[in-house]
Design a protein around this ligand. Structure first.
Ligand SMILES: C[S@@+](CC[C@H](N)C(=O)[O-])C[C@H]1O[C@@H](n2cnc3c(N)ncnc32)[C@H](O)[C@@H]1O
Length: 218
Protein backbone atom coordinates (compact mmCIF):
# COMPACT_ATOMS: atom_id res chain seq x y z
CA UNK A 1 0.00 0.00 0.00
CA UNK A 2 1.58 3.30 -1.06
CA UNK A 3 1.36 6.53 0.99
CA UNK A 4 -0.89 9.18 -0.51
CA UNK A 5 1.12 11.84 -2.34
CA UNK A 6 -1.14 14.82 -3.18
CA UNK A 7 1.19 16.25 -5.82
CA UNK A 8 1.54 12.94 -7.67
CA UNK A 9 -2.24 12.46 -7.36
CA UNK A 10 -2.98 15.83 -8.94
CA UNK A 11 -0.53 15.17 -11.80
CA UNK A 12 -2.01 11.74 -12.41
CA UNK A 13 -5.58 13.08 -12.58
CA UNK A 14 -4.52 15.98 -14.83
CA UNK A 15 -2.90 13.54 -17.26
CA UNK A 16 -6.11 11.50 -17.53
CA UNK A 17 -8.19 14.65 -17.93
CA UNK A 18 -5.89 16.10 -20.61
CA UNK A 19 -6.22 12.84 -22.55
CA UNK A 20 -10.02 13.12 -22.32
CA UNK A 21 -10.13 9.96 -20.21
CA UNK A 22 -11.51 11.53 -17.01
CA UNK A 23 -12.91 8.26 -15.64
CA UNK A 24 -9.82 6.15 -16.24
CA UNK A 25 -8.17 6.64 -12.86
CA UNK A 26 -10.86 6.06 -10.24
CA UNK A 27 -10.34 2.33 -9.87
CA UNK A 28 -6.64 2.88 -9.09
CA UNK A 29 -7.53 4.79 -5.92
CA UNK A 30 -9.34 1.72 -4.64
CA UNK A 31 -6.88 -0.90 -5.90
CA UNK A 32 -4.08 1.07 -4.20
CA UNK A 33 -5.91 0.41 -0.92
CA UNK A 34 -5.13 -3.29 -1.41
CA UNK A 35 -8.37 -4.53 0.07
CA UNK A 36 -8.41 -2.15 3.07
CA UNK A 37 -11.31 0.33 2.76
CA UNK A 38 -9.74 2.42 5.57
CA UNK A 39 -6.87 3.27 3.22
CA UNK A 40 -9.00 5.06 0.64
CA UNK A 41 -7.79 8.62 1.19
CA UNK A 42 -11.09 10.40 0.41
CA UNK A 43 -13.27 8.11 2.53
CA UNK A 44 -14.55 9.70 5.75
CA UNK A 45 -15.55 6.25 7.07
CA UNK A 46 -18.75 7.73 8.49
CA UNK A 47 -21.98 8.93 6.92
CA UNK A 48 -22.17 12.58 5.95
CA UNK A 49 -23.69 14.30 9.04
CA UNK A 50 -25.68 16.66 6.80
CA UNK A 51 -27.28 13.68 5.07
CA UNK A 52 -28.12 12.10 8.43
CA UNK A 53 -29.54 15.37 9.72
CA UNK A 54 -31.73 15.71 6.59
CA UNK A 55 -32.98 12.14 7.02
CA UNK A 56 -33.85 12.79 10.67
CA UNK A 57 -35.79 15.95 9.86
CA UNK A 58 -37.61 14.58 6.81
CA UNK A 59 -39.24 11.48 8.25
CA UNK A 60 -42.49 12.51 6.54
CA UNK A 61 -41.12 11.77 3.06
CA UNK A 62 -39.79 8.37 4.03
CA UNK A 63 -42.94 6.51 3.03
CA UNK A 64 -41.34 6.88 -0.39
CA UNK A 65 -38.29 4.76 -0.23
CA UNK A 66 -36.30 4.19 -3.39
CA UNK A 67 -32.88 5.81 -3.11
CA UNK A 68 -29.81 5.80 -5.31
CA UNK A 69 -26.31 6.79 -4.27
CA UNK A 70 -24.05 8.07 -7.04
CA UNK A 71 -20.33 7.26 -6.85
CA UNK A 72 -20.85 5.49 -3.54
CA UNK A 73 -17.17 4.97 -2.67
CA UNK A 74 -16.84 2.66 0.34
CA UNK A 75 -20.54 2.76 1.23
CA UNK A 76 -21.09 4.81 4.41
CA UNK A 77 -23.82 7.05 2.98
CA UNK A 78 -25.60 4.16 1.26
CA UNK A 79 -25.68 2.24 4.54
CA UNK A 80 -27.08 5.31 6.35
CA UNK A 81 -29.93 5.57 3.83
CA UNK A 82 -30.60 1.87 4.24
CA UNK A 83 -30.67 2.26 8.03
CA UNK A 84 -33.37 4.94 7.58
CA UNK A 85 -35.51 2.42 5.70
CA UNK A 86 -34.76 3.23 2.07
CA UNK A 87 -34.34 0.55 -0.58
CA UNK A 88 -30.94 1.60 -1.81
CA UNK A 89 -29.02 1.08 -5.01
CA UNK A 90 -25.45 2.33 -4.62
CA UNK A 91 -23.18 2.38 -7.62
CA UNK A 92 -19.67 3.29 -8.55
CA UNK A 93 -17.63 3.07 -11.72
CA UNK A 94 -14.86 1.38 -9.74
CA UNK A 95 -15.31 -2.37 -9.46
CA UNK A 96 -12.80 -2.38 -6.63
CA UNK A 97 -14.87 0.20 -4.69
CA UNK A 98 -17.90 -2.06 -5.02
CA UNK A 99 -15.87 -5.07 -3.96
CA UNK A 100 -14.74 -3.16 -0.84
CA UNK A 101 -18.38 -2.25 -0.04
CA UNK A 102 -19.53 -5.84 -0.36
CA UNK A 103 -16.68 -7.13 1.81
CA UNK A 104 -17.22 -4.39 4.36
CA UNK A 105 -20.99 -4.94 4.60
CA UNK A 106 -21.61 -8.61 3.81
CA UNK A 107 -25.12 -8.53 5.37
CA UNK A 108 -26.11 -5.25 3.73
CA UNK A 109 -29.53 -4.70 2.21
CA UNK A 110 -27.99 -2.16 -0.18
CA UNK A 111 -27.69 -3.31 -3.79
CA UNK A 112 -24.12 -2.38 -4.65
CA UNK A 113 -23.45 -2.26 -8.36
CA UNK A 114 -20.65 -1.35 -10.78
CA UNK A 115 -22.16 1.19 -13.18
CA UNK A 116 -21.13 4.29 -15.07
CA UNK A 117 -23.18 7.43 -14.44
CA UNK A 118 -22.76 8.23 -18.15
CA UNK A 119 -24.14 4.88 -19.33
CA UNK A 120 -26.56 3.73 -16.66
CA UNK A 121 -29.39 1.17 -16.91
CA UNK A 122 -32.39 2.86 -18.55
CA UNK A 123 -34.75 1.42 -15.92
CA UNK A 124 -33.19 3.93 -13.50
CA UNK A 125 -34.77 6.87 -15.34
CA UNK A 126 -37.45 8.64 -13.24
CA UNK A 127 -37.27 5.73 -10.81
CA UNK A 128 -36.06 7.09 -7.45
CA UNK A 129 -37.53 9.08 -4.57
CA UNK A 130 -34.13 10.22 -3.38
CA UNK A 131 -30.84 10.71 -5.20
CA UNK A 132 -27.72 11.30 -3.16
CA UNK A 133 -24.58 12.84 -4.62
CA UNK A 134 -21.46 13.48 -2.56
CA UNK A 135 -18.24 14.70 -4.17
CA UNK A 136 -18.60 13.08 -7.60
CA UNK A 137 -19.17 16.15 -9.78
CA UNK A 138 -16.12 17.84 -8.26
CA UNK A 139 -13.75 15.08 -9.41
CA UNK A 140 -14.90 15.47 -13.01
CA UNK A 141 -13.77 18.13 -15.52
CA UNK A 142 -15.56 20.49 -17.91
CA UNK A 143 -18.56 19.11 -19.83
CA UNK A 144 -18.61 15.93 -17.74
CA UNK A 145 -19.78 17.95 -14.73
CA UNK A 146 -22.92 19.08 -16.55
CA UNK A 147 -23.52 15.61 -17.99
CA UNK A 148 -23.16 14.17 -14.49
CA UNK A 149 -25.69 16.65 -13.06
CA UNK A 150 -28.16 15.90 -15.85
CA UNK A 151 -27.80 12.14 -15.39
CA UNK A 152 -28.40 12.50 -11.64
CA UNK A 153 -31.52 14.60 -12.26
CA UNK A 154 -32.81 12.01 -14.75
CA UNK A 155 -33.07 9.46 -11.89
CA UNK A 156 -35.75 11.53 -10.11
CA UNK A 157 -39.36 10.42 -10.02
CA UNK A 158 -42.07 13.10 -9.65
CA UNK A 159 -41.67 15.09 -6.38
CA UNK A 160 -38.42 13.26 -5.63
CA UNK A 161 -35.47 14.85 -3.83
CA UNK A 162 -31.83 15.17 -4.78
CA UNK A 163 -29.28 15.96 -2.08
CA UNK A 164 -25.95 17.40 -3.22
CA UNK A 165 -22.89 17.60 -1.00
CA UNK A 166 -19.61 19.03 -2.30
CA UNK A 167 -16.68 21.30 -1.71
CA UNK A 168 -17.29 24.90 -2.76
CA UNK A 169 -15.33 27.89 -4.08
CA UNK A 170 -15.92 31.43 -5.22
CA UNK A 171 -16.56 31.83 -8.94
CA UNK A 172 -13.29 32.20 -10.85
CA UNK A 173 -11.14 30.94 -7.95
CA UNK A 174 -9.02 27.77 -7.69
CA UNK A 175 -9.48 26.90 -11.36
CA UNK A 176 -6.56 24.43 -11.34
CA UNK A 177 -7.70 22.60 -8.22
CA UNK A 178 -8.22 18.85 -8.19
CA UNK A 179 -10.83 18.17 -7.05
CA UNK A 180 -12.41 21.31 -8.52
CA UNK A 181 -15.02 22.50 -6.00
CA UNK A 182 -18.40 23.74 -7.28
CA UNK A 183 -19.17 27.46 -7.33
CA UNK A 184 -22.62 28.88 -6.63
CA UNK A 185 -23.47 29.31 -10.29
CA UNK A 186 -22.63 25.69 -10.95
CA UNK A 187 -24.68 24.25 -8.11
CA UNK A 188 -27.54 26.53 -9.13
CA UNK A 189 -27.56 24.49 -12.35
CA UNK A 190 -29.79 22.04 -10.49
CA UNK A 191 -32.49 24.71 -10.36
CA UNK A 192 -32.13 25.22 -14.11
CA UNK A 193 -33.07 21.54 -14.48
CA UNK A 194 -36.61 22.50 -13.37
CA UNK A 195 -35.98 21.54 -9.73
CA UNK A 196 -37.05 23.60 -6.73
CA UNK A 197 -34.30 24.48 -4.28
CA UNK A 198 -35.53 23.30 -0.87
CA UNK A 199 -32.47 24.20 1.20
CA UNK A 200 -29.03 25.61 0.64
CA UNK A 201 -26.18 25.64 3.12
CA UNK A 202 -22.68 27.04 2.67
CA UNK A 203 -20.38 26.04 5.52
CA UNK A 204 -16.76 25.33 6.42
CA UNK A 205 -15.86 21.86 7.62
CA UNK A 206 -13.64 21.14 10.66
CA UNK A 207 -10.57 21.83 8.51
CA UNK A 208 -11.98 25.19 7.35
CA UNK A 209 -12.65 23.81 3.85
CA UNK A 210 -15.72 25.49 2.33
CA UNK A 211 -18.62 23.24 1.32
CA UNK A 212 -22.18 23.32 0.03
CA UNK A 213 -25.00 21.04 1.08
CA UNK A 214 -28.07 21.67 -1.04
CA UNK A 215 -31.38 19.88 -1.53
CA UNK A 216 -33.78 20.10 -4.46
CA UNK A 217 -37.16 18.65 -5.30
CA UNK A 218 -38.62 17.82 -8.69
C1 LIG B 1 -14.45 11.68 -4.54
S1 LIG B 1 -15.13 10.09 -4.64
C2 LIG B 1 -16.47 10.24 -3.49
C3 LIG B 1 -16.94 8.90 -2.98
C4 LIG B 1 -18.11 8.96 -2.00
N1 LIG B 1 -19.28 9.56 -2.60
C5 LIG B 1 -17.70 9.73 -0.77
O1 LIG B 1 -18.28 10.79 -0.51
O2 LIG B 1 -16.79 9.26 -0.06
C6 LIG B 1 -16.00 10.11 -6.19
C7 LIG B 1 -16.54 8.74 -6.56
O3 LIG B 1 -17.27 8.81 -7.77
C8 LIG B 1 -16.97 7.67 -8.53
N2 LIG B 1 -17.25 8.01 -9.94
C9 LIG B 1 -16.64 8.93 -10.68
N3 LIG B 1 -17.16 8.99 -11.91
C10 LIG B 1 -18.16 8.08 -11.94
C11 LIG B 1 -19.07 7.66 -12.94
N4 LIG B 1 -19.05 8.19 -14.16
N5 LIG B 1 -19.97 6.71 -12.64
C12 LIG B 1 -19.98 6.16 -11.39
N6 LIG B 1 -19.13 6.51 -10.41
C13 LIG B 1 -18.23 7.46 -10.68
C14 LIG B 1 -15.52 7.39 -8.25
O4 LIG B 1 -15.11 6.08 -8.54
C15 LIG B 1 -15.47 7.68 -6.75
O5 LIG B 1 -15.78 6.56 -5.98
Amino acid sequence: MSDFDPIAYKKMVQTYQKNDNPLGWFDSIYTDAEGDYKSVFWADLAPNPYLVSWLKTHQEVQGRKRAIVVGCGVGDDAEALSAFGYDVIAFDISSEAIRLCKNRYPQSKVKYSVENLFDYPQKWRNNFDLVYECNTIQVLPDKYRIQARDAMVSFLDEDAFILVSCRSRNEGDQLDDIPLPLDKKEIDGFVKCQLKEKSFLAYNDDNSVPHFFATYQK
